[in-house]
Design a protein around this ligand. Structure first.
Ligand SMILES: Nc1ncnc2c1ncn2[C@@H]1O[C@H](COP(=O)(O)OP(=O)(O)O)[C@@H](O)[C@H]1O
Ligand SMILES: [Mg+2]
Length: 375
């Protein structure tokens, strides 16, 4: 897929901007703090409705304004779509072909993006919540059912935790709480939770397959990559949704007495994690910076193929200040993988790092929220 045009209103430091893109490479060139990442971020937000840099809508709106709008035209193999998001201080609204999309799951996936940014090393080195977010964002892009299940799971988890607190209060006051409601919430939690775990396992398996090929290729066949999804409870031998649900339900039952003391739920996909092994060594703790970088690059590039396999379309590729961080070998790998497939957006302060790139595209020079275009 390609995004052919973009309009911004009050987005970050862009008062208004109206631009068209090249189908291959679009280079955002400019000094620091001029709005290069902001422009790239607007594409990310248009695709996923959230920024990778902040959770606060307010930060995305031009200082002192009430709302911001991002509007784009997306061309796929057989259709053209208008996608639009309006951000206000109390939320966001999305439209596809001018029709409001009430459910997030109906909107996400219309535009697919893969972002590389210097913060990506956190996927390896950061906390488990970063890896869960990585999995959730990426799977949601290719499966609206996953996003729906995830949102249901989160709602039920909150309800169940709130009810747990109530039960504890009631017990303290010498009353007998209604355990049937608690049972029902537990069953629902296990039902949605099992679907989430199952989808993640399938995704991780595919991601590993593609990423390992890339890791081998970047490392001159020296490195073998393995991914391990680590569940907060022992998974059954037979990995089906039904079996996972059964084991999950049993775990919730076992933990029940404990939960009534700590008033929080300690098992489920909201506690799971992902580990990366290069030649059987866990690289979060024992990997070199180089191995970690290679793995991140392999994961991201693998997703390009994964999304294509699942949707028949290649995602947009957003590269934020990463070319300068990659050595020649990794740059070459990147360019080979994307060549002729993805529409690519690159931010950079200097053209020098892109010597390797067969630049077929457009240069957009960015200065203080103003954009100048050279074909
Ligand atoms: N909500 C906002 N309204 C207006 N300007 C903003 C807003 N958020 C960030 N900025 C400005 O955007 C600039 C940073 O843009 P950014 O795209 O991160 O820079 P770079 O070109 O280095 O990637 C800063 O000057 C900052 O003040
Ligand atoms: Mg930047």
């Amino acid at each position: 897929m390609k995004i052919t045009s973009l309009e911004l209103t009050n987005y970050r430091n862009y008062k208004t901007a109206e631009l068209s893109f090249h189908p291959d490479i679009n280079l955002f060139l400019g000094e620091n703090a001029q709005g290069k990442t902001n422009l790239l971020e607007s594409l990310y937000v248009l695709a996923l409705t959230r920024s990778h840099r902040t959770h606060k809508e307010k930060e995305l709106i031009y200082f002192g304004e009430e709302n911001a709008k991002i509007y784009g035209t997306v061309e796929k193999q057989t259709t053209t779509l208008q996608v639009e998001i309006t951000l206000t201080n109390n939320g966001r609204k999305t439209k596809v072909n001018h029709i409001e999309q009430k459910r997030l799951a109906d909107y996400i996936g219309k535009l697919n993006v893969i972002l590389f940014s210097p913060e990506d090393l956190a996927i390896i080195k950061g906390s488990p919540s970063i890896r869960r977010r990585f999995l959730d964002m990426e799977i949601s892009q290719i499966s609206s059912i996953y996003l729906y299940d995830l949102m249901q799971y989160q709602t039920i988890l909150k309800q169940r935790n709130a009810y747990l607190k109530q039960m504890i209060e009631q017990k303290k006051a010498g009353k007998t709480p209604d355990e049937l409601y608690y049972e029902i919430l537990s069953e629902q939690l296990a039902s949605f939770g099992a679907k989430i775990i199952y989808s993640r396992l399938i995704f991780v398996e595919k991601l590993e397959k593609w990423a390992n090929l890339l890791q081998s290729s970047i490392s001159g066949q020296c490195e073998h990559l393995k991914l391990n999804y680590s569940s907060s409870f022992p998974l059954p031998k037979e990995l089906t949704v039904e079996k996972i649900e059964e084991v999950f339900m049993q775990q919730l039952k076992n933990k029940r007495k404990h939960e009534l003391f700590v008033d929080t739920n300690s098992v489920g996909p909201h506690r799971d994690d992902l580990q990366f092994f290069v030649n059987n060594i866990n690289i979060a703790t024992f990997g070199s910076q180089g191995q970690q970088r290679t793995t991140v690059l392999a994961l991201k590039l693998a997703e390009i193929d994964l999304i294509h396999e699942k949707t028949g379309e290649y995602p947009l590729l957003l590269l934020d200040d990463v070319m300068s961080e990659l050595d020649n070998k990794r740059q070459t790998q990147l360019l080979q993988t994307i060549f002729g497939k993805t529409q690519t957006f690159i931010t950079t302060t200097i053209l020098k790092h892109l010597n390797q790139a067969p630049i077929k595209g457009k240069i957009l020079t960015i200065s203080n929220g103003e954009i100048e275009i050279k074909e």
